[in-house]
Design a protein around this ligand. Structure first.
Ligand SMILES: [Zn+2]
Ligand SMILES: [Zn+2]
Length: 318
């Protein structure tokens, strides 16, 4: 009975994939590594806790769910799996990763390594599920900046995961490439973002075929001179902070407290690049209120400009 329930849920999850992505590419075409999109929403996902407006009421009524921004990497040669961000919805997201990878029973190792960008709730709270109360993983490598490592070592309940060796913290040096799984190179690039508990990273993933950028959270492209150019240098596919469309979606919040580049602004800056390589610049980390999630006319505007809104389940060869 339980298996039937799991299978039907996976069918539902995979049913969310856009048609073009729902059929796995032939092994030769997809190469050794693939990036898969496991979540596209801001930290609170969609529907969003406490929101009874149309954006979330209609999602609840239809069963539409968008998980917080997260990527997975599948190594088709070895079966290894990398999880980028451990969100509060880590359980269905790792189930989706397993379904996309065709993974069998993996025992107490649902993934082989985790990468975290920063200590805001949508990006790391799911780490709790690796602890004794749930998966109880044996020494799962978690790759973080030195400041994020100090935060996890120094604050409960995370400190317990470290002390009980369910996770093993691996500190990367920002700017220096490292390999969380063999054959895959990752470089962390610091980005300006509200840094109450940790600094914040973007990740550049370099596989044998392509380079993929993941930058779900940034305060402003101009806050560090030349940041956007540096992040995009040599990148084939970029997943960019798309939290807000044009700023009108949060009339009751002071946006100075939660700054993000607006999608309309990012589209303006990168239009030429997007026209040259349509679909290579994809937005994720969209807030539940972002009209690009709800208004097909805005979706068409994004596509016409050469950009894309990332879709849960989509695959990118790496
Ligand atoms: Zn976030
Ligand atoms: Zn954040």
């Amino acid at each position: 009975m339980r298996d039937v329930a799991i299978a039907s849920r996976l069918v539902w999850l995979v049913g969310l994939l856009p048609v073009a992505c729902s059929v796995a590419p032939a092994p030769a075409a997809r190469g050794r590594f693939e990036v898969v999109v496991l979540g596209t929403a801001q930290d609170g996902g969609l529907p969003h806790f406490g929101c009874n407006r149309q954006c979330c009421a209609s999602a609840r009524a239809s069963g539409r769910e968008l998980f917080p921004a997260s990527l997975g990497v599948i190594d088709h040669d070895t079966g290894k799996l990398l999880l980028i961000e451990a969100t509060p919805r880590v359980e269905p997201q790792v189930a989706l990763l397993h379904a996309l990878a065709g993974a069998q029973d993996r025992g107490r190792r649902p993934v082989d390594a985790v990468l975290l960008t920063h200590a805001h709730i949508g990006h790391y709270l799911g780490l709790a599920h690796f602890g004794r109360e749930v998966a109880s993983t044996p020494q799962l490598p978690v790759h973080v900046s030195p400041r994020m490592a100090a935060f996890l070592r120094g604050h409960g309940p995370w400190t317990q995961l470290v002390a009980q060796r369910q996770i093993e913290l691996h500190e990367f040096a920002p700017g220096s490439p490292f390999s969380p799984i063999d054959g895959l190179t990752v470089t962390a690039i610091p980005v300006p973002h509200r840094d109450e508990w940790s600094d914040t990273m973007a990740f550049v993933l370099q596989g044998p075929r392509q380079q993929v950028l993941f930058v779900p959270d940034v305060d402003a492209w101009d806050q560090a001179p030349g940041l956007l150019d540096r992040l995009l240098d040599g990148v084939d596919v970029a997943f960019l902070d798309g939290t807000f469309w044009d700023g009108r979606e949060l009339p009751d919040r002071n946006r100075a407290e939660i700054p993000h580049p607006l999608m309309v602004d990012t589209i303006g800056r990168l239009r030429e690049r997007a026209q040259r390589r349509p679909g290579s610049l994809r937005f994720l980390h969209l807030n539940h209120t972002n009209p690009a999630l709800h208004d097909p006319a805005i979706g068409r505007e994004v596509t016409a400009a050469g950009f894309a809104i990332a879709q849960q389940g989509e695959r990118v060869p790496l």
